[in-house]
Ligand binder design. Sequence first.
Ligand code: UTP
Length: 289
Amino acid sequence: MVSIRKAVFPVAGLGTRFLPATKAVPKEMLPVVDRPLIQYAVDEALEAGIDTLIFVTGRGKGAIEDHFDVAFELERTQADRGKSVAALEGTRLTPGNALFVRQQEPRGLGHAIWCAREVIGNDPFAIILPDELLIGRTKGCMAQMVDQYEKVGGNLVCALGVPMEETPSYGVIDPGARDGVLTEVKGLVEKPAAGTAPSNLMLPGRYILQPEVMSLLATQEAGAGGEVQLTDSMAKLIGSQPFHGVTFDGERFDCGSKLGFAQANFALASRDKDMGPALKAWANDLLTN
Ligand code: UTP
């Protein structure tokens, strides 16, 4: 089986829920504690053994490219001052392994993925949505998915149970047989109307897909919200290729929403060995007074 070497990071969205913060700063560059969201996503891919990182960017997203470049002036100045540049570890991606393609209009996630078709070619590939911050319990979410891919191949989506009333906001799985962390996917529906979702298993933005999805995306009509939906093209693969959901073992923070973003910052900061104790004491005080 061909191993997963390529990951696509769609980062061309407008991030309107975070305006005005995202007027000039990409949503994916918003920091959770001390790292931008996109850094968590890239680290998750690298941990899973992926070495070709494809960013689908758009206008105003140049800061993402700069973040993963070598900051020559900064590094030289710090060295001249005898200061460490350890904090920059993991930000210098090797040229050739970090590729940037452009989505000229934000026409939806499906369209963003299709913009990477030439770089994907005939290889299976991963997709990581950086505004979904997934913290694995023992290993990262994509590493958990690659483990399952090595057993069953085909197409995999991360699957997460949510309260039924939240399903209209998400892509949702119509589940078949379950075997450990793997659930057979019989159908997929994007943003089902209230009360119609086939299960409470939503898609929190991690996928391993076969390259055939690209030709389906090429002719995919706009769906929910007037956007070209990845879920609609994935659904067409069911039946012709294996398709499974992988139950994620870990925590999810929806950093595309302000509440999820605030929760991620608090949760991760409160676990930090330096600031955690002081932050928790302060929060306790705040809540009890
Ligand atoms: P979202 O729908 O959460 O992001 O897409 P958004 O549209 O930027 O956010 P809001 O709703 O206006 O606040 C999930 C991911 O897909 C990317 C986004 O950048 C985000 O990382 N995306 C979305 C694209 O790359 N292109 C698109 O056309 C839409």
